[in-house]
Design a protein around this ligand. Structure first.
Ligand code: KMH
Ligand code: ZN
Length: 279
């Protein structure tokens, strides 16, 4: 079986620091989280950045500092968000790409997001893809709903994207497709040949969907961005969530990918990109 790629999404944009003491806010904290999660079995870190007061930022200087801290502490694949936070402009969302991370997310359609709307029109997606091409950043396609895969196929027909790609199914967001084995099987069946995929399920669905993905030969994303609990009423640290997935994989006989093995699976050039060189 192909080695399991574990992505850690340690911070996200929606949590407030008061909700958990385990949220990495500063670049230094992101570096410490990266080191611990690498030891626990992660090979990709999905990065959002906060200001020191916990508010969201898309400032490339803050992303550069985060990148440098993560790179100094680990050889993880660094994947920046381009989803940012609801309310950011498309330009703000794309700005961190100038740091040239190895990967970044591309959400493939507009979606209800709790009581808000996470806007990803075709012009927004085209703009983000153009920035990714300019800075040579590999996309990870974020699929929150079945129609998002249809949108990705349209971007391929437009010549802006090529298959195969790495796809992350984000399941269980209030307002989007819920997390179930049946939905996951349908989505995987609909993937173009050669695509690799992972599951990021929200809240209490994170653990069972991770186990299903491991058994199906897919990959897994865990972390506080999607779920802050280790068990009911018990807050989790990011590396605990990674370590649990690694243990389940070991029980199922699935080896864990090192970052370089993940680079090989994903078609990224070998070795971490360093130093980041903003254009
Ligand atoms: N914070 C959400 C609005 C991504 O990182 O690409 C979007 C998000 C997706 O987190
Ligand atoms: Zn994110």
């Amino acid at each position: 079986m192909v080695p399991l790629i574990i992505t850690v999404a340690p911070v996200g944009a929606e949590l407030r620091p008061e909700q958990t003491p385990h949220l990495p806010i500063t670049p230094a904290q992101l570096g410490e989280t990266a080191a611990r999660c690498r030891t626990a079995g992660a090979s990709i870190i999905h990065v959002h950045c906060r200001n020191d007061d916990g508010s969201n930022t898309s400032d490339p200087a803050r992303f550069q500092a985060a990148y440098d801290a993560i790179r100094a502490a680990s050889d993880l694949i660094v994947q920046f968000t381009t989803g940012g936070a609801v309310g950011m402009t498309p330009e703000e969302r794309a700005a961190p790409l100038a740091v040239r991370p190895e990967m970044a997310t591309l959400t493939c359609g507009t979606v209800n997001f709790g009581d808000e709307v996470f806007e990803n029109s075709f012009p927004i997606m085209r703009g983000i893809l153009a920035a990714m091409e300019r800075y040579e950043v590999k996309p990870e396609l974020e699929i929150f709903d079945a129609g998002h895969l249809v949108n990705a196929k349209r971007l391929v027909r437009e010549g802006l994207l090529e298959f195969p790609q790495h796809v992350d199914f984000v399941l269980g967001v209030p307002g989007a497709l819920d997390a179930s084995a049946a939905h996951l099987i349908d989505l995987v069946r609909d993937l173009p040949a050669g695509c690799t995929w992972s599951v990021a399920a929200i809240g209490r669905d994170q653990l069972p969907m991770a186990a299903i993905a491991i058994a199906m030969g897919g990959h897994v994303r865990v972390g506080l961005e999607d779920n802050i609990y280790y068990a009911k009423g018990r807050l989790a640290a990011n590396d605990e969530l990674v370590a649990r997935v690694a243990r389940i994989a070991a029980e199922l006989g699935r080896p864990i990918a090192s970052p370089d093995q993940a680079r090989s699976t994903l078609g990224l050039p070998g070795g971490p990109r360093r130093p980041a060189t903003p254009a």
